[in-house]
Design a protein around this ligand. Structure first.
Ligand code: TMP
Length: 308
């Protein structure tokens, strides 16, 4: 329709790559940008999903891998076992007929069984390093710039994932080659024994249905090498005071990542990677800004530079 056309902006990057941006309500977006800008960077935090939000959906014509499915255990029998669980539970994850409370139980069941297989198979950090080195995974162009800009402005970035924190960290290490003071990974974190084998997981299990700021209270310490609970407490309470949010996700459910935070203004940015025809209407209503065509992060970098 003409209305749809008017609200879609075609942005050409590098002359060849074209990306579609959809803003359903430009006036509301402008108001939110002004409000966040006025409050300043001290009031802002960024909450991002990892898989297919910070990372590319397609890489050289292949589906990019997630932190879960890139992992290759030493004993391949365990990869088969985890795949069998995936084949059973993944359809349930997206089954609209299952009530939420029942689905949450099923998801806990899936995550616990998968984690148990990782422990039983004696996963080593070395296997994680090798798996990441061989994985089909890449950050969207502009992610490093985004993290750098936010680091410069002192704005924290929380990466919420129901995946595996140690793998996400290794992906950052191998693909970005530097660490960021402001980036925290809130995900399932592993504990290795003295022989370097996976022994247990820290904190409560984070799965797709409890991936939100409540997870901050359940999760393992935010700092990689810091078990200082007081330090963590300070960080948590300072996050609660940052009541403006820039949220990045690729599922409508990702909007729940800011639940548990009493936010004032939130700008949500969505990446619609799949089933574009059938999901466009719901996604454009759900997100303030929607990127199609496996876009880069350059638009978000520009937005962030306006916000802080
Ligand atoms: P997230 O990336 O949105 O945080 O969600 C994690 C995804 O991981 C979720 O869609 C289910 C998937 N998953 C696997 O692929 N393998 C597994 O073993 C488990 C437990 C989850």
């Amino acid at each position: 329709s003409g209305k749809n056309q008017a609200q879609m902006e075609q942005v050409v990057v590098n002359g060849s790559e074209s990306h579609l941006v959809v803003v359903d309500n430009p006036n509301l977006l402008q108001k939110k940008i002004s409000a966040i800008r006025l409050a300043g960077p001290a009031k802002l935090q960024v909450i991002a999903d990892f898989d297919a939000t910070l990372t590319k959906y397609w890489i050289n014509g292949c589906r990019g891998q997630s932190s879960h499915n890139l992992l290759q255990q030493e004993d391949p029998e365990y990869n088969v076992k985890r795949q069998t669980l995936y084949d059973y539970y993944h359809p349930l994850e997206f089954d609209p007929a299952i009530p939420l409370d029942e689905k949450a139980k099923l998801m806990v069941e899936w995550w616990e069984k998968t984690h148990a297989l990782l422990i039983e198979g004696g996963l080593t950090y070395n296997a994680i390093q090798n798996s990441v080195a061989e994985a089909t995974i890449a950050f969207r162009d502009g992610v490093t710039e985004l993290f750098e800009l936010l680091e410069e402005k002192g704005v924290p970035v929380l990466i919420f994932s129901a995946g595996l924190a140690d793998i996400i960290e290794e992906v950052l290490k191998q693909k970005v080659h530097r660490s960021f003071k402001n980036v925290r990974i809130v995900s399932n974190r592993m504990v290795f024994d003295e022989n370097g084998r996976l022994q247990s997981f820290k904190g409560k299990t984070i799965h797709v249905l409890n991936k939100n700021e409540h997870a901050l209270d359940m999760a393992a310490p935010l700092h990689d090498h810091c078990d200082d609970l007081n330090g963590l407490g300070d960080e948590k309470s300072s996050l609660k005071k940052r009541t403006n949010v820039l949220l990045l996700g690729d599922h409508i459910g990702d909007l729940g990542m800011s639940d548990g935070l009493d936010y004032e203004t939130r700008i949500s940015v969505g990446f619609l990677n799949d089933k574009v025809e059938s999901s466009l209407e719901s996604y454009r209503k759900a997100f303030d800004i929607l990127y199609l065509n496996d876009s880069s992060m350059h638009g978000v970098v520009k937005l962030a530079s306006h916000l802080c």
